[in-house]
Design a protein around this ligand. Structure first.
Ligand code: PLP
Length: 390
């Protein structure tokens, strides 16, 4: 059996067209994009302008609203720490959600130690937010609402248009971590009043270590101080020599990104086959709007770590890449009231445009056989079969 990669929410394979656009800026045209006194510097500078346009065009915003960063984590830090700092006079309250990515949750925890107040909104068993509760949680001193577009573990999609409308109506800034949404779903910032948004290029077949931050130009400008101070790069928001090849790759990856309908067909096939052929196997958040490529599936009474070790030729994950390997159960599943036991039994499958139908069928066969084999040796499974545990 050949190697099968189903961990595309962690990172993706670079698209050859992206690499092709990047290579000249690693080899021949290696100028510093700020050295515009000579041709090589100007070439790099112009290529960055094009990349910025590619991102802006795809998102339906202006070029000067796009800032390149090293990725979503840096952007999240820039936004959360920056807003907390710059809006001190307005207030000290941030609203986020229990199932956000650790980039947001860890930064919020740090801000709490510095005197900010953070409301962590719950989600229901399907991973959905209560929008009335969100609105009711907004206070006079709320400076920011930070709610992701789509969850990296379950694929659950939040209603970002409705959230943005609430924030606009209540005059609170809305920051959207769209790292898993961009490239998989259409998003037009001309139609959705999101104030600030971010994503990373490596989730959409671009290079690692680059991403973009959108900050809307408003009549009352949004204040975000630089997290990385230095030169005047990125309108002074982020100092440091431009990572030209990566930025070019980010622009190209964005330009060619699109939703491929067959990904959902393969994902649904995977879910249908696994849940019908394996007893005590279920999909998390099946009854809500989810990303087409993502499926988080529980195989009860088996540790997902054991399944992954038994199938080393299939790249899967037990949750988010940052958290997998840790002994804690997934905080996302916990927020959905999933028991720790079911959480430790869950595997995330995330597909991409490179996933083939044959790979899905092979994965199903491998899992059916492995689950059966592991359970046949398991005293816990025996207890379950004898009706002694649930
Ligand atoms: N936000 C979400 C929803 C993610 O899935 C990730 C990466 O997994 C990040 C933020 C952080 O992205 P990066 O590691 O590229 O900074």
């Amino acid at each position: 059996m050949s190697w099968i990669y189903l961990d595309n929410n962690a990172t993706t394979k670079i698209d050859p067209a992206v690499l092709e656009d990047m290579l000249p800026f690693l080899q021949e045209s290696y100028g510093n994009a700020s050295s515009v006194q000579h041709r090589m510097g100007r070439e790099a500078n112009e290529a960055i302008a094009l990349a910025r346009h590619q991102v802006a065009f795809k998102l339906g915003c202006k070029d000067n609203e796009i800032f390149f960063t090293s990725g979503a984590t840096e952007a999240v830090n820039t936004v959360l720490r920056g807003i907390a700092d710059a809006y001190q006079r307005k207030g000290k309250h941030i609203i986020t959600c229990l199932s956000e990515h650790k980039a947001v949750l860890t930064t919020c925890a740090l801000l709490e130690k510095r005197g900010m107040e953070v409301t962590y909104l719950p989600v229901n068993q399907q991973g959905q937010l209560d929008l009335q509760l969100l609105e009711d949680s907004i206070r006079d001193d709320t400076v920011l609402v930070s709610i992701m577009a789509a969850n990296n573990e379950t694929g659950v999609i939040h209603p970002i248009k409705e959230i943005a409308d609430i924030c606009q109506r209540r005059d609170v800034l809305y920051f959207c971590d769209a790292t898993q949404y961009i490239g998989k779903k259409e998003l037009n910032l001309a139609n959705i009043p999101i104030d600030i948004l971010t994503f990373s290029a490596h989730k959409i077949h671009g290079p690692k270590g680059v991403g973009a931050l959108f900050i809307r130009r408003k009549s009352k400008p949004i204040q975000i101080p630089a997290l990385i101070s230095g030169g005047k790069q990125e309108q002074g928001l982020r100092g440091g020599t431009y990572n030209v090849p990566n930025i070019i790759g980010c622009g190209k990856a964005m330009e060619i990104s699109k939703n491929h309908a067959y990904i959902k067909v393969y994902r649904d096939l995977l879910e249908e086959q696994l849940t019908s052929r394996i007893p005590q196997c279920f999909v998390h958040a099946p009854a809500t709007s989810r990303l087409d490529n993502t499926s988080f599936i529980a195989f009860r009474h088996i540790k997902s770590a054991e399944l992954m070790t038994s199938m080393p030729q299939i790249a899967l994950s037990s949750g988010s890449a940052c958290a997998s390997g840790l002994l804690d159960p997934s905080h996302v599943l916990k927020s959905m009231q999933v028991s720790d036991e079911d959480s430790f039994s869950s595997l995330r499958f995330s597909l991409s445009k490179y996933t083939e139908r044959e790979e899905i069928l092979q994965t199903v066969e491998e899992l059916v056989a492995t689950v059966e084999q592991v359970r046949s040796l398991s005293p816990i499974w025996k207890l379950f079969q004898d009706g002694l545990i649930d």
